[in-house]
Design a protein around this ligand. Sequence first.
Ligand code: 3Y8
Ligand code: NAP
Length: 251
Amino acid sequence: MRNVLLLGGTTEASALAALLAAGGVAATLSYAGRTQSPRPQPVPVRIGGFGGIGGLAGYLREHRITHLVDGTHPFAATMSTNAIAAARLAGVAHIALTRPAWVPTEEDRWSRVADIAGAVAALTVPPRRILLALGRMHVDAFVAQPQHRYLLRFVDVPDQPPPLPHYSLIVDRGPFTVDGDVAVLRDHAIDLVVCKNAGGSGAEAKLIAARRLGVPVLMIDRPAMPERHQMCDPAAVLDWLLHDTSAERGV
Ligand code: 3Y8
Ligand code: NAP
């Protein structure tokens, strides 16, 4: 009897939750609790951290989870690393559902940096009008470059105003559309987009909009991830779940 824990927070994880519900597979989708009103799901949802590797391993045992699917974002490195370790500790099958990194076309004007700190350092330039499409969690790092006019895009209205001297704020959740992001870049006269190499379709609109308008992109590469079993297609993960017999074999 399969009992899946799906670590969510991405378009692909939500697509897999819909397939699991349609297929009658017992599953729970887990959110960290980062947003005020996460998307409703067609399977039971739990919200909040597990308490590190030990807490997640305990959850897997207590809830008799047979398969752990890590459908979190490519930048959720701590969660993904914990998921691999906790599944091994609890003897539960593990797979990651991720998405291929975006790659630039010859029409794109990308420059790449390794991480958030690299992006901050790369902004040691005269004032620009920047779409800082990183959400809320990393805004403080850019106080080191106060000369720019930042356009921020958050999922929720922040409790405190961002600590930047010059910013505008859009409160919107994706998935975003190309026409919508073309309008955002045009209306705010954006001359640089700063973003993470999230991959997938839900955040890609700004890259297509930047390409159309000839706006350069500062692309933050993904954090390194341990070696792991992973797929990029929710239907392929469902197929693996339905054919994996490790739970029956007790391995
Ligand atoms: C809480 C769940 C779904 C999933 C939708 C995807 C697409 C829309 C695009 C921009 C980039 C950003 C951000 C983004 C996108 C999808 C996906 C994706 C980027 C929700 C969600 C949760 C979060 C957390 C949130 C972070 C933030 C990052 C905004 C729900 C809507 C910038 C990542 O305010 C905060 O604290 C927000 C935090 C982590 C990154 C950051 O550092 O601020 N996502 N996003 C999940 C949880 O609690 O476990 O509320 O419904 C999910 C989605 N956000 O089911 O439709 O598949 O990635 N999310 C990035 O890619 O750079 C926006 O603006 O162009
Ligand atoms: P993270 O830094 O890798 O994880 C930090 C801690 O948050 C984890 O150790 C865990 O706490 C808790 N956590 C993270 N994801 C969780 C989940 N799905 N269910 C339960 N607890 C979770 O993670 P993050 O980058 O903050 O991402 C948080 C959520 O936002 C994830 O669902 C992710 O998919 C989504 N998201 C993140 C980004 C991004 O840019 N990082 C973008 C889009 C969506 P404990 O140690 O206590 O277990």
